[in-house]
Write a protein that binds this ligand. Sequence first.
Ligand SMILES: Nc1ncnc2c1ncn2[C@@H]1O[C@H](COP(=O)(O)OP(=O)(O)OP(=O)(O)O)[C@@H](O)[C@H]1O
Ligand SMILES: [Mg+2]
Length: 229
Amino acid sequence: MRDFNEKTNERRATDKTSGVGGRFITFEGGEGCGKSTQIRLLAERLRAQGLQVLLTREPGGTALAERIRALVREIGEDPPNARAETLLFLASRAQLVENVVRPALAAGTWVLCDRFADSTFAYQGYGRGLNLTELKALNAFATDGLVPDRTILLDVPPETAAARLRAREQTTQTAADRMERAGDDFHARLKAGFLELAVAEPERFAVIAAEGSVESVAEKVWNSIRHML
Ligand SMILES: Nc1ncnc2c1ncn2[C@@H]1O[C@H](COP(=O)(O)OP(=O)(O)OP(=O)(O)O)[C@@H](O)[C@H]1O
Ligand SMILES: [Mg+2]
C-alpha cells in the first residue's frame, strides 16, 4: 500500500490509486490557530461517514511519547537547547509512527495527527534557526520516510492566535507553556516558515485562512479533504 517516489525520494503514506488502506492527515500551524478544535470536528465527520478514525497528537500519542511531551513543554531549570529539543521531538515521532500510525494505516484506519514533521521544520528550522536540510534528513530517519497524504495548515493573523490563547488560558485556568512564551519575532518566523513549506509542496498542503468561526473553518477543512473519501 505504500509507494516510493524516486524523484522526491519520499514514500507516500498510502497509495492514492489503490483505494486500500487508511489516509494520513496532519494539522499544522502556530499556537492558537485552532488545530485541536478542527481535528476533533474532522474526526467526528469522518466517523459519521463510517470510517475508522484514529486521532493522535505530537509530541505524544504513545506512553513514551507523552512523557517526552511533558519534558519539552515544562519550564524547568535546564530547558532543552535547540538540538536536544529537536531530537526529543523526533524520538517521540519515531515511537508514534512505528508503533501507532503505520499499523493503523495498514488496518485501513484514517489517522489524524495534531502536528507532525512540518512543526519540526517550522519551529526548529525557521524558528530556532537549525539547518532545514539536516532537519529533513533527521525527520526521514525518524519516520522511516512516512509522509502525510494531506496537511491542513491553519493560518491566522498573530493577533487572532494571541486572543484565542488568552481566552483559552482563562477558561481552562492553564498558563502558557515554554513554546507559547517565545517572543513575537519567533512566532512571525514560524508563520512565514509554515507558509513557505506549503508553497514548496502544494499538492500535499491545504492552506486554510482560519480566522473565521469554528463552523466556517470546519467547512473549509472538510472541502479540502472530501476528494480523498
Ligand atoms: N474559529 C475559532 N474562533 C474562535 N475561537 C476559536 C476558533 N477555533 C478555536 N478557537 C478557540 O481558540 C483556542 C485555541 O484553539 P485550539 O486549542 O484548537 O488551538 P491549537 O491550534 O490546538 O493551539 P495549540 O497549538 O496551543 O495546541 C481554544 O480555546 C478554542 O476553543
Ligand atoms: Mg492544540
